[in-house]
Design a binder for this molecule. Sequence first.
Ligand code: OSB
Ligand code: MG
Length: 368
Amino acid sequence: MRIAQIKLRVITMALKSPFYTHLGTVTEREGIIVEVIDSNGVSGYGEGVAFSTPWYTEETVETSLHIMGDVLIPLLKNQPINHPEDAAILFQSVRRNHMAKAGLEMAIWDLYAKQSSKSLAAVIGGTREKIASGVVVASDSLKSCLNQIEKYLEEGYQRYKIKINPNQDYSLLAEIRRRYPELPLMADANSAYTLRDIDRLKALDDFNLLMIEQPLASDDIIEHALLQKEITTPICLDESIVSFNDAKNAIELGSCKIINIKAGRVGGLYEAKRIHNFCLSRGIEVWCGGMIEFGISRAHNIALASLPGFTIPGDISASKRFWEEDIITPEVSVKNGFVGVPDTPGIGFSINEKRLKETTRIEKVFKF
Ligand code: OSB
Ligand code: MG
């Protein structure tokens, strides 16, 4: 696959409403749109999902731009590749920087699928025509949390993920459960607890949660294993799993019963598929996490979640969950609780060029 040119665009968009977590509030999203163009003028798209600041992982938009432009793109220039997996393997010579790698690697997957006239889902081994859609509620009060749940129920979402911390966990979840005894409900703590909070965490077993996501430290797998022995709610790991080896070790230790796979966090679709395949062989359920991303990354998530091991609804919500107008067309939409998996070539969505242009702040072109 002959790459002729790569374009990196930094875009900025305001969220429709603030996204509150105990680590900080996201009101505006900055991201990197990666376009890899071949010698016939066909474009593949990916998205660098690092945030402006290192609150979720160590990478930022600025470090991703540097690693893509000064390290990874030069590797691609020096080494012709035949398949997206060649890019993933080529990038293994660079430590970490998973979101930078994933942005480029996933654009190459989209390009490869388009060159093969196949959908991205088909190219990576997807088996579903539609995927169950879940949504994240990240609000700063009980009232707005309940309002959001009500609105998303009308829109048909099949799973509700609530951001929790030790200041609101029990009272918030108790009120949700009182109103909605059967709601498919889970909680994401983003490392808001330590083992000293074990009694608080045990108390959450009252709510029949599908899982609790990343209760303890973002780099821990030992204490999560100790915690899992003490609570009945299944633990799901997010931040702790940044590679195939992390997933293998966590499963070996019993640190989790479920894994949230985000292609950006683990370095791309090649690594995401390896983790998925391993989990499938071990009977560990997986689901696809979100990054408050734009439509290109959401489109990749849809393809990833079409793999057979993705048995739990992910954070795959409609474009309108976060954006007034997305950068893809058609926008991602949820019908009867499902998102359709496109069967057209590549990610199966086109670029909304007008929207991309008006949100672009920086554009860098790399000619091969
Ligand atoms: O912890 O899963 C998380 C968003 C940004 C960073 C981390 C997380 C999230 C979400 C997903 O909760 C939000 C979404 O994209 O739907
Ligand atoms: Mg999470």
